[in-house]
Design a binder for this molecule. Structure first.
Ligand code: TXA
Ligand code: MG
Length: 324
């Protein structure tokens, strides 16, 4: 593909900044998933992101920065605890939603009075953000509702063809999207479990509350059906319970290597041989992409413990399984 270039090269970053300055779109790697970026200060370029992703206009974008000072300009209130979190976890897989300042165009936040901000921990993303004189608004680089790409090969062709440039930065290390938290009325709320374990955040700010699904606070990452492969997906606890007679070929997503023979049972992906949650999270979308492209008709996914990164894994699996 002509528009895919090596993100680690200096001249690639220079080119990417030029593209963004002219209102173009650049796909870039982060430690979580690939982002589809535009200058956050260019409302027309941001509008193109919504078009290309076929993303509803009520779904706000995360604004990416490379250092704390840049976050300060984007918000009208920067609570002390948010600063502490930024100092501790940025760059990293944490998005903090705070009241926005006037410099952030309304289209970026879908008209919300708040803005989600994060500094991504990927050398290519950081170099891009450091070199640009503006923050970069970016959702994950997939069509709305589909799986996020964790390598350039996962990017759907209809998206690839419509962007100006793709910076290849290899496999995304964390592999699930950032954890999103919101500060409101002196309390912290979890909008999306993700690459930073909730337990780590709570060590700094105390209890993070979960928002009831009926809450008026908008965050489509919270929609029940999202992050979904095209094939139906079912979650199982014990493999004996999987009802596979109805299907010619099944896909199975094991959390860890099972203690029985897996030859011939279908298309198999194992998230982590030893059952390590971090490794499993980093392989999750990749494995789902493989199974979605394999011969199998359905995907059965093994449940994991809902703690640490297991919370993000189960959140994505439950959302992927909603329709089935
Ligand atoms: O790891 C990530 O977060 C990746 C990388 C590229 O940074 N980005 C990502 O973006 O996953 P996206 O757009 O696919 O998901 C961001 C979620 C959306 O569900 C959106 O609703 C929520 O963040 N969000 C963004 N700004 C918000 C705001 N002001 N209030 C509530 N939710 C917000
Ligand atoms: Mg997304």
């Amino acid at each position: 593909m002509q528009n895919i270039i090596d993100g680690f090269k200096k001249e690639s970053i220079k080119l990417a900044v030029e593209v963004l300055e002219k209102g173009g779109l650049v796909i870039f790697p982060t430690e979580t998933v690939y982002g589809l970026g535009a200058s956050a200060f260019d409302p027309i370029a941001v509008a193109r992101i919504f078009e290309i992703k076929r993303r509803p206009k009520f779904d706000p974008l995360i604004v990416h920065i490379w250092r704390m000072e840049d976050a300060e300009k984007l918000v009208s209130i920067f609570p002390k605890q948010a600063k502490l979190l930024g100092e501790k976890f940025w760059p990293g897989p944490l998005t903090i939603v705070l009241p926005k300042s006037d410099v952030v165009p309304d289209i970026v936040t879908s008209g919300l009075p708040t803005v989600g901000i994060r500094a991504p921990a990927h050398p290519v993303a950081l170099e891009l953000l450091r070199s640009a004189s503006f923050p970069v608004a970016a959702p994950s680089a997939n069509s709305f509702g589909y799986l996020s790409p964790t390598s350039v090969s996962h990017i759907e062709s209809n998206i690839r063809e419509k962007v100006n440039l793709i910076l290849d930065g290899g496999q995304c290390r964390v592999g699930v999207e950032s954890t999103i938290i919101l500060f409101e009325e002196e309390k912290w709320f979890l909008l999306r479990p993700g690459g930073l374990p909730l337990e780590d955040i709570e060590k700094i700010v105390g209890k993070v509350e979960s928002l009831p699904l009926t809450s008026k606070t908008l965050s489509p990452g919270r929609l029940p059906s999202h992050y979904a492969p095209k094939k139906p997906l079912f979650i199982f606890k014990k493999f004996e319970d999987v009802d596979r007679k109805k299907f010619k070929k099944i896909g199975i997503l094991f959390f860890k290597k099972p203690d029985f023979e897996i030859e011939g049972i279908g298309d198999v992906e194992i998230l982590s041989e030893k059952g390590d949650l971090r490794e499993a999270a980093s392989n999750l979308f990749s494995a789902l992409h493989h199974l979605d492209r394999a011969e199998c008709e359905v995907i059965f996914a093994e449940a994991v413990e809902e703690e640490g990164l297991g919370r993000a894994i189960m959140d994505r699996l439950k959302k992927a399984s909603y329709k089935s």
